[in-house]
Write a protein that binds this ligand. Structure first.
Ligand SMILES: Cc1ncc(COP(=O)(O)O)c(C=O)c1O
Length: 318
């Protein structure tokens, strides 16, 4: 039999040999194991973060983007699931820098901190269940296309805050995202847009959404069940400060997407991703919009360390 997928196989071996942080120790990924009855695995009782680090070839430097903000959000989110992260924000930043150095990253990377209910017990609850905490690092390219993606408004509504803490990055909540994303991909689209229970635009499966109408920029408010994205707040800041435009947080209806001049996603994974089609309707002229592309350029300069004004958003690793 011929070998068909050597790259994937190698990636698995590479990951097994990478250093991770698990319950207070630095160990190999292959040695950081959990049991089948682990609470977080069975009941989705975990919280996580997704952080990007950008390699600057000229300076031979790796910059972690808004790392303290991600760990601050994680600490806040932990409260919702009655968890306590056993390390402070500065310590978490130091552990992450150490892992990235040990793993020798000289390319763009992704950092995945995870805290989960670790008891191997049967019985669903939050209180009196011990937690585990780990951090994994991985190479990371684009998450969704950055040159114009096609979206489907999902038949799956975004979970409401009266049902689960949608503001938090809880592992269990991602069943909602996975249903929407697979529905979109399997129907031939690139990404899903979810509506709230009362029909307002909420967000993508792992991205916040913005629309442009007549030069003004709008994004759904936190009360429309969005995850309060760190990239969303960065994008709002950059639109105001670097592009001199206003952004308004207000509810957006489904058909407003169809008549928008531009639509774009932002997120740690997605970065700034233009949406060129929704429900088989062209957005604007069907090409990435000019304001979106301007923001994409501004964002890219900031995250790779090419805009000295925003150096405080970046933590150098080397
Ligand atoms: C559901 C959801 N919304 C929005 C975002 C964007 O958040 P951030 O910019 O903090 O990565 C994410 C990120 O993964 C997400 O999972």
């Amino acid at each position: 039999m011929t070998q068909t997928a050597p790259a994937k196989h190698d990636a698995g071996i590479e990951r097994d040999r990478s250093w991770v942080f698990f319950n207070g120790e630095v160990v190999l990924y292959a040695d950081a194991k959990v049991g089948l009855l682990t609470h977080g695995l069975n009941y989705g009782t975990g919280i996580f973060e997704g952080i990007r680090a950008y390699w600057n070839e000229t300076r031979k430097q790796l910059y972690v983007l808004r790392m303290p903000e991600h760990y601050e959000r994680m600490h806040n989110n932990a409260r919702a699931l009655q968890m306590a992260i056993p390390h402070g924000i500065d310590e978490l930043c130091a552990i992450t820098k150490d892992l990235l150095r040990r793993n020798g990253f000289r390319e763009d990377a992704y950092i995945r901190p995870l805290c989960f209910k670790a008891a191997e017990i049967i019985g669903v609850r939050l209180h009196d269940v011990p937690d585990s905490f780990g951090i994994v690092t991985s190479p990371m390219g684009p998450y969704v296309g950055t040159e114009g993606i096609r979206c489907l408004v999902s038949s799956w509504r975004r979970i409401d805050d009266t049902m689960a803490p949608v503001r938090m990055k809880c592992t269990g909540l991602y069943v909602n995202s996975a249903l929407a994303k697979s529905e979109a991909l399997q129907a031939g689209f690139d990404e899903a847009i979810m509506l709230t229970h009362d029909g307002h635009v909420s967000e993508g499966s792992a991205e916040n959404i913005f629309i442009v109408r007549k030069g003004a920029i709008f994004t759904p408010p936190p009360s429309d069940n969005i995850l309060e994205g760190i990239t969303r707040s960065a994008a709002m800041h950059l639109v105001r400060e670097e592009m001199g435009l206003e952004v308004e947080e207000r509810s957006i209806d489904r058909t407003e997407l169809y008549v928008a001049d531009e639509v774009f996603f932002v997120g740690t994974g997605a970065q700034v991703a233009p949406v060129v089609e929704i429900d088989r309707r062209r957005i604007g002229d069907g090409e990435p919009g000019p304001l979106t592309m301007r923001l994409q350029g501004v964002y890219s300069d900031v995250v790779t360390g090419h805009n000295p004004k925003y150096e405080e958003w970046l933590t150098p690793v080397y």
